[in-house]
Each structure stands twice: as C-alpha cells, then as structure tokens.
Design a protein around this ligand. Sequence first.
Ligand code: ADP
Ligand code: MG
Length: 255
Amino acid sequence: MTRTDSPPASDVSIRADHLSKIYGEFVALHDVTFSVRRGTVCAFLGPNGAGKSTTMKILTGYLAPSSGSASLAGYNPSDSEQRLLLAQRLGYLPENGPLYADMTPRELLTFVGQIRGVSAIGAAIERVTSQCAIGQVMAKPIGKLSKGYRQRVGMAQALLHDPEVLILDEPTSGLDPLQIREVRALIRELGREKTILLSTHILQEVEAVADEVVVVREGRVVFTGTVGALRGDKTLEERFYELMEAGGGPGKEAA
Ligand code: ADP
Ligand code: MG
C-alpha cells in the first residue's frame, strides 16, 4: 500500500495496541493497550520502572516492540518510511533531554530545523526560544547547561516544527518549582491545539495539566480514563495507591 502525506482522518491520534517489550529475559511491557484522542492532554502515570519510557520509545519509533503495534497521527512508527513522515508531525522530548552536548542550543535547533525541513527556521527558533525561555543560554554548549535548561532546550527542539502530536517523557524532571509552573502552563496552552502524551510519576502534575490519564504499573496498564474518573469520590492520591497495591490479574481496572 502506498501512503500519501495525509494520514487517515481519525479521532484517535495515539494508539498502543497490545504492545509488549522484552529486554533479554525481562518483560518490561505486557500487553499495553491504550489510545489518546486528538486534541487531548493525556498523562502517562506510573512509578519509576513501570515502562513509561519504553512505551514512549516504541510510540516514537526509537525502539521496536517485541509484539503488538503502535500508531501515531495515522502512521506506524515501526515502519521506516512512515516514520520519516511521522517525524514531521511529532515532537518528542526523550527522557534525558537532548543529546549533542557539544552543540549550542542555537546550533541544535538549526540542525533539527534543517532535518525536519522547517521552512522559516529563524522565525521558528525565535518562537521556541521565547516559549521555552532559553534566550539566555542560546550560545552555551548544551553539555554545560543546568538540568533545567537542558530540559527546556529539549522542549524547544520538540516544538520547533510546530508538530500536532507531542510525546514528552517527564517534561518537568529536574526543573525548579518556578520552572515547573512555567512548563505546565506551556503544556496546557499547547494542549488547546495539540495531542499530548506526557509521562510523570507526580500526581499533582496529572491534576495540573491532564484531561485523561493512563496508569501503568510493572509494565501493565491498570487504569485508563479521565482524571475525574480516576479520582472518583476519593483523592487522586488514595486512588493511585490503591492501584499500585492491587495485584494484576482479574479485577484490575483496565480490561
Ligand atoms: P519508566 O520510564 O516508567 O521509569 P522504563 O521504561 O525506563 O520505565 O523501564 C521499564 C523497565 O525496563 C525497568 O525495570 C527498566 O530497568 C527496564 N529496562 C529499560 N530499558 C532497558 C534495557 N535497555 N535493558 C534492560 N532493561 C531495561
Ligand atoms: Mg522513564
């Protein structure tokens, strides 16, 4: 089948379909299935080691699943041709921010803009420099920046081509409280137009930015639904700890 540049119209923007991932003998993901509707901000919530980064690497095409499939903006990220088309519509903040420690943010953004075929690179760099408040560090090597600035440079490269889908792996990790507030406000603003999946282990982050939430524990999805449905008549904290303590198997919340 040949594919044009426009993906099929669909309400679902991100789909993980029965994904599993085995590292050596360790099963990191078991049958992970969820979807995110277009225009939704969805939190991917779970403790360290739950499989959030692994899932995001599969969704963005950096890692192949052991079984199952994924779809983003209508494209299959495991297919090398489709992945190139997907790259124009996807912004990805990897878990440890941008690589290329010897480049300055300006060099990185120029390079990334060229790779992604951004037409007015100068204007795009100006826009993300202001959105992510990195103007002061544009000429310093990325490897010399604080964790907070590196993280924001990572956000800036993810936003450079104004993609319709954002996958953000712990976007507030390493930021101070004021920076956290700014990045959450930016995510909410971006979420008015884009589909966003952001991973976090912080409950307040879910309440601050997300409409929907997918909860993972030990490589399994244990809840999907709205933040309100997760909370129910309890606090989010109480519900989260219930989900973390409940065993897998029958009776878990997600089918
Ligand atoms: P999270 O992002 O939720 O903290 P990860 O997806 O990074 O979780 O990791 C899920 C599990 O898979 C962890 O137990 C982690 O140690 C393991 N893991 C991740 N990457 C690898 C790898 N390359 N080789 C072996 N185990 C890995
Ligand atoms: Mg992670």
